[in-house]
Write a protein that binds this ligand. Structure first.
Ligand code: GUN
Ligand code: FE
Length: 424
């Protein structure tokens, strides 16, 4: 029988919608050919004879999607967390990213990153590399070897950047094509994504070139949007004709539409910007830890959800100190409480089911059917180990999941499956 056809017995939790976590104690999760068939109290007749793994008493949940992180920044995560975005980029992020011209350094740094991503609770991710085509291909090779499904982008930046980390418009377009050609036909689960860093780093001429490449290669796009007040004021000066920051992407076809887009942060997205994102099906990557560390502010996610925006979660390493999606889920709840208490009493905090949904099915939607155990979904599965966090009395399955989200970490993932393939 195909290795991607199996049954897991355990205490199963997953989301179908924002408002509820489905829980099934001592049930059977059936996967056939890498796709979920369903959750059953007994093994259905049709699947008798399918190999069954007995994880009785253990939590079994869908894998998490990290919709936004910077692979080259993993090396310095949690160092220098006392600056705001624009100073932090100059002082920390740009100098570190410039090092990836050296492939030996890239090999060491991306090796550490890939190993940690493999071990953790993330099963799918969308990440920035650096502007270097070779190092970005190396990152793609390493991600491919982890077994995770990822989108990886060579970064584009041709203005307002230090000499050590800048291309001309022509170089940027040429290097993008070289990177795309280098990746062509080479990977099964690692996909290219167009990555203009953000408007301040990309001239109109470069955006026009990238728009052409996007259409020709049918590429999704990822970037940053309305993260910080200083950045927004800067974009207003750089693009005086744009009705809002989001419009500065939209005019180059970079806000979504037929080819999808992920915009990280959206802390200060006003009415017009939110309407444009809704109309274009833009994915908002909410990065709560980065919002705190870089003192950017808090994205009012409940409002966005009420308005029907598509939202997932991102660690934004190294704006976020950790790549753990467990922290990302609980920090999304925490920052929403501060927003409610300090800014808007009508905007209730996110609940555990809502934050869990965003970390799994919300971000997973960027990959199609991922992040849930409904029939037809990709079999991205985590078997969790609660032995580090024992408890003396009774907790419901829902409560056990909740305390795992808060108290567990990436070390506590016992087994991980991505699209039905067991990684460990
Ligand atoms: N905006 C442009 N570049 C970056 C980056 O590397 N991190 C974050 N958080 N925001 C950005
Ligand atoms: Fe970022």
């Amino acid at each position: 029988m195909d290795k991607k056809t199996f049954i897991i017995k355990g205490d199963i939790c997953y989301s179908e919608s924002l408002d509820e976590i489905k829980t099934f104690e001592n049930h059977y999760l059936v996967c056939e050919g890498g796709k979920i068939q369903g959750v059953f109290p007994e093994i259905p007749e049709k699947f008798s004879g399918v190999p069954t793994e007995n994880f009785e008493g253990q939590l079994v949940i869908p894998g998490f999607t990290d919709l936004h992180l910077h692979a080259p920044q993993y090396a310095f995560r949690s160092v220098g967390m006392d600056e705001e975005l624009l100073e932090w980029l100059q002082a920390r992020a740009f100098p570190e990213e410039a090092r990836y011209e050296d492939l030996e350094y890239a090999d060491r740094a991306y090796g550490i990153f890939a190993e940690d991503m493999k071990r953790g609770a993330t099963t799918r991710a969308c990440m920035f590399g650096t502007l270097h085509p070779e190092a970005t291909l190396l990152l793609m090779e390493k991600m491919e070897a982890t077994g995770l499904v990822t989108f990886v982008g060579k970064v584009n930046m041709d203005r307002n950047s230090p000499d050590i980390l800048r291309e001309t418009k022509e170089e940027s377009a040429k290097n993008t094509l070289r990177w795309l050609d280098g990746a062509k036909g080479k990977f099964k689960r690692t996909h290219p994504i167009l990555t203009p860093r953000f408007i301040p780093s990309c001239s109109d001429g470069l955006m026009e070139e990238l728009g052409r490449i996007r259409r020709e290669y049918r590429l999704p796009v990822q970037s940053h949007l309305s993260e910080n007040q200083g950045e927004i004021a800067w974009v207003r000066k750089l693009c005086p004709d744009a009705s809002c920051y989001g419009d500065a992407y939209l005019r180059w076809g970079m806000l979504g539409g037929e080819l999808p887009a992920i915009m990280a942060h959206c802390v200060y997205s006003g009415e017009t910007e939110r309407r444009l994102m809704r109309e274009n099906g833009t994915f908002v990557a909410h990065c709560p830890q980065s919002n705190m560390n870089l003192a950017s502010g808090i994205a009012p996610i409940r409002r966005y959800l009420e308005e029907g925006l598509r939202v997932g979660l991102g660690s934004d390493v190294a704006g976020g100190t950790t790549a753990s999606m467990l922290r990302c889920v609980t920090d999304a709840i925490s920052v929403s409480k501060l927003w409610w208490r300090l800014k808007d009493e009508d905007c209730r905090p996110l609940t555990v089911p809502e934050a869990f949904f965003l970390g799994t099915k919300g971000g997973g939607a960027f990959f199609g059917k991922a992040g849930s155990f409904e029939p037809g979904y990709e079999a991205d599965i985590l078997v969790l180990d609660e032995s580090r966090i024992p408890w003396p009395g009774h907790f419901s399955l829902r409560e056990r999941l909740e305390r795992f989200l808060y108290l567990g970490d990436d070390r506590d993932v016992l087994h991980k499956y991505v699209a039905g393939e067991r990684l460990f």
